[in-house]
Design a protein around this ligand. Structure first.
Ligand code: ANZ
Ligand code: ZN
Length: 802
């Protein structure tokens, strides 16, 4: 019989679904295992061949865990709010909900055709009011505890999406989504205080098993720095506070810079003789992104304040104040003390504006370039600090400033609060009303979900309001607090909202009383293994850790961290080694692969393609090779013999493969696990036949990779009861994993009682237990007390028993 994947795959997908074998139970005596993949955004393009890489990998883990006796939760759902769907809806005049529905149906059919063992009974959808009810509920808890607040601020504004972007969504100065220019715009925004969790988001990385590169990226993103705040007096008698990581260089400060948005500028407006010039510069800076402004290579610009200057607190010298766009309003205090001798940007600025450069750390030629090394130099021209190392000087100057009450040590974070408002339609409505008397008032929880109303147009308005703002009937409401007239918030939540807690909903997806029941949370939390893309390290992964920690703080979840273990897969590139994209014409359609070669081949190939954690180019030849391998497996049924057991000649090969496949799966080395299965196939071919016991083991090992064809062989040849996915994972005998075996003698009380064949490199413990398990020895020592155990490597075991 020929291997015909189509009927086989259809048959088993239906069987799995009907039998519910992959449904997790919230009521089980087995140990739990929660495997999670990032749920997809159901885009109009359908599934990408990159999706199955992650899904198949954790499917292999999930299937193996079930075989190891765990109650496994491996769920899936849809992260379906967001811009691409909304933009499509605007262009084609259909409701985004319709678009979403269609896209989900296609994605679901595609995922099911891959035979991934998802528990479809727990499918969730972030745009379902029964789901976003709880997203809104969590927002209200944040609001009630002061962690959601409204703030007038300069935000990143995408000129094409007409939408506010979080800093994280601006990449190299352009919108991450559409590539258009991003400018600064002042708007009143909902914000979430993720900064309150900055330190814990760093510290608690110690509690989890994440790859080092992921930890490092998060730590970097949070950007903790230690330094000092120092107060400078101005000639107007005001206090201008700066944040610096180099308080040791205070004697080298020759000017100050405040950001163009600094509030003191308005206060000084009538004292500043060049206010017009200043205003022009402010307008120019507003058009630039933070990225452009802080780029080191960029040409330095600025305006010197005419009418106000400052006093260096340690030298007493009067120094000029500038505004320049390289100082950001949102970091530190929005003002800096400039030390051109030891800071590159300050140095460039000083050169351009002809400002003095005073060396305070010895070691470089500061007239030629800034000397920024702080590990080797010694302080000079620095009064009380002269002769100290940089570290010593930092300590001493902070003591001095603290005592004089003009400064203190300070920790700062790069991480900003999370801009949580979007002026778009297709998102969760923010459940807040504004009352002129009572201010921002939360909706009562009983009124959740606050559903998205139907609107005529999803087009954002030109003044930057959400289309919801045009729905006067919906907007005008009464204040839940005083009953007076009030207006609903018309901003919606960003796409990251629904994915910040979705892993909790899977635990109890149909609960109408809570986002998940306490028992379910207690049983399933935390996620045991979470795999996803590196691109989500600083956004989704950080946001969801923040929400989870908040829920932990208010007693809603039992653990401080949501994910015990995180791994990250590499991208699948086009056959030409470039990123797959329509414009490059190198997109591989997963449907075609499944149709032509089958889901099993596709799965096997994606796991065989290369190092899981690295990017890998697609290869048509590779696909064909995997198909041939499965055909060889299929044809094993033609060489089945009546012999029983695992034959002596293949014993080592089988034991070795069981061990390797199991270990490699755990280490994400799927490619080498498959290579081991291929090698074993060659050994079987050489033997010319296979026993049913051998085929049984082989089928169990291959099943997580190629679940359909293995089920079919199992059933056709009646290799055992039930399905393969319900069998116990194969065990191996350590002693039979190595070709090099040696004979050792086993003595009891000095007398040789048996000879054993063991691996040449066997460890003491394994040698002793092998010896004690030997029948004659077991009989000899039974009932006796073991007083001493000796192993002479490669020679003998001696057991002294009384
Ligand atoms: C004086 C100085 C001397 C500095 C020196 C550096 C080197 P991190 O490590 O990133 O925290 N700075 C402070 N606030 C700023 C703002 N709002 N916009 C732009 N730059 C700002 O960097 C802190 C350093 O960046 C601070 O230390 C300050 O320059 C600058 F040899 O102060 B430093
Ligand atoms: Zn009111």
């Amino acid at each position: 019989m020929k291997y015909d994947h189509k009927p086989i795959e259809k048959k088993w997908q239906e069987k799995w679904e009907q039998s519910g074998v992959f449904h997790a139970s919230n009521n089980s005596d087995k140990p739990k295992y929660y495997a999670l993949v990032e749920f997809p955004y159901p885009s109009g393009q359908g599934l990408h061949v990159g999706h199955p890489r992650s899904y198949t990998a954790l499917d292999i883990i999930a299937r193996k865990r079930r075989m190891q006796g765990y109650n496994v939760l491996y769920p899936i759902g849809w992260d379906a709010f967001g811009l691409p769907t909304e933009n499509f809806a605007i262009k084609n005049h259909v409701h985004p909900a319709e678009v979403t529905k269609k896209n989900i149906a296609r994605f679901k059919q595609q995922l099911q055709s891959l035979g991934i063992s998802f528990d479809w009974s727990r499918e969730i959808n972030t745009t379902d009011p029964e789901y976003y009810k709880w997203t809104q509920w969590i927002f209200l808890q944040l609001f009630k505890r002061g962690l959601a607040y409204k703030k007038e601020m300069a935000v990143n504004w995408c000129t094409s999406c007409k939408c506010v972007l979080a800093n994280e969504e601006v990449v190299n100065g352009v919108c991450e989504r559409c590539g258009s220019e991003v400018i600064r715009k002042v708007k009143s925004q909902w914000m979430l205080k993720i900064t309150e969790y900055a330190q814990r988001l760093i510290d608690d990385l110690d509690l989890v098993d994440y790859p080092e590169r992921v930890k490092a990226q998060q730590i970097n993103w949070i950007g903790r720095s230690t330094g000092a705040e120092v107060d400078f007096r101005t000639t107007t008698g005001d206090k201008l506070t700066v944040y610096t990581t180099r308080p040791d260089t205070l004697y080298g400060v020759t000017y100050m810079v405040v950001s163009p948005e600094h509030p003191m500028l308005e206060k000084w407006a009538d004292k500043l003789r060049n206010m017009e010039e200043i205003r022009a510069y402010q307008a120019e800076a507003a058009r630039k992104s933070d990225f452009e402004r802080t780029e080191v290579a960029k040409d330095k610009t600025g305006v010197r304040l005419d009418g106000v200057s400052a006093i260096n607190p340690v030298t007493g010298r009067e120094i000029p104040i500038f505004i320049s766009d390289y100082v950001l309003v949102s970091y530190g205090t929005g003002a800096i003390m400039a030390v051109p001798a030891h800071d590159t940007r300050d140095w460039e600025f000083a050169k351009k504006f002809g400002l003095p450069i005073i060396e305070v750390v010895k070691g470089g030629d500061v007239q030629k370039e800034a000397f920024t090394d702080c590990a080797t130099g010694v302080m000079v021209n620095s009064g009380i600090l002269d002769g100290l190392t940089v570290e010593e000087a930092k300590k001493k100057i902070i003591e001095y400033l603290t005592e004089k009450e003009i400064g203190h040590s300070k920790v700062n974070f790069k991480l900003r609060d999370w801009v949580f408002s979007r002026q778009r339609y297709w998102g969760e409505p923010i459940p807040i009303v504004y009352c002129e008397k009572c201010g921002y008032v939360p909706l009562p929880e009983s009124e959740l979900p606050l559903k998205l109303p139907e609107v005529k147009s999803y087009e954002p308005t030109d003044n930057g309001e959400s289309p919801l703002a045009c729905m006067t009937d919906w907007v005008n409401t009464t204040c839940p607090h005083c009953g007076g007239k009030a207006k609903r918030e018309t901003d919606t939540m960003p796409q990251w909202a629904g994915s910040s807690w979705y892993f909790l909903r899977y635990m109890d997806p149909h609960n109408s009383e809570a986002f998940a029941g306490k028992d379910a949370l207690k049983y399933w939390t935390p996620v045991d293994w979470y795999n996803g893309g590196m691109e989500h390290t600083t956004l989704h992964l950080l946001y969801s850790r923040f929400w989870h920690k908040f829920l932990y703080d208010i007693g809603e979840v039992p653990t401080p961290e949501p994910y015990a273990k995180r791994t990250s897969h590499g991208m699948i590139l086009g056959e030409n080694g470039e990123k797959m994209s329509k414009s490059r014409g190198n997109v591989v359609n997963p449907d075609e692969i499944v149709d032509t070669y089958g889901a099993d081949t596709m799965r096997l190939y994606e796991m065989f393609i290369g190092d899981f954690e690295k990017a890998a180019p697609w290869s048509s030849a590779g696909i064909k090779g995997c198909r041939r391998f499965l055909e060889r497996y299929w044809n094993l049924q033609n060489i089945l013999t009546d012999e029983k057991g695992v034959r002596k000649s293949l014993e080592i090969a089988f034991n070795k493969t069981i061990k390797k496949v199991g270990e490699d799966i755990e280490a994400l080395k799927f490619n080498t696990a498959i290579a081991a299965l291929m090698a074993l196939m060659n050994d079987i071919s050489d033997a010319g036949s296979i026993t049913s016991d051998e085929l049984k083991i082989y089928t169990i090992l291959l099943n997580p990779f190629a679940p359909h064809v293995t089920e079919e062989i199992w059933e056709t040849l009646q290799l055992g009861s039930g399905m393969v996915c319900q069998q116990e994972w194969s065990k191996y005998d350590e002693a039979k994993c190595v070709e090099d075996t040696i004979e050792i003698a086993v003595q009891v009380n000095g007398k040789v009682r048996a000879h054993l064949s063991v691996a040449a490199d066997i460890e003491k413990d394994a040698a002793l237990s092998a010896a004690k398990a030997e029948e004659k020895i077991a009989a000899e020592i039974s009932g006796k007390k073991i007083v001493k155990e000796i192993y002479v490597p490669g020679k003998l075991v001696n057991i002294v028993a009384k």
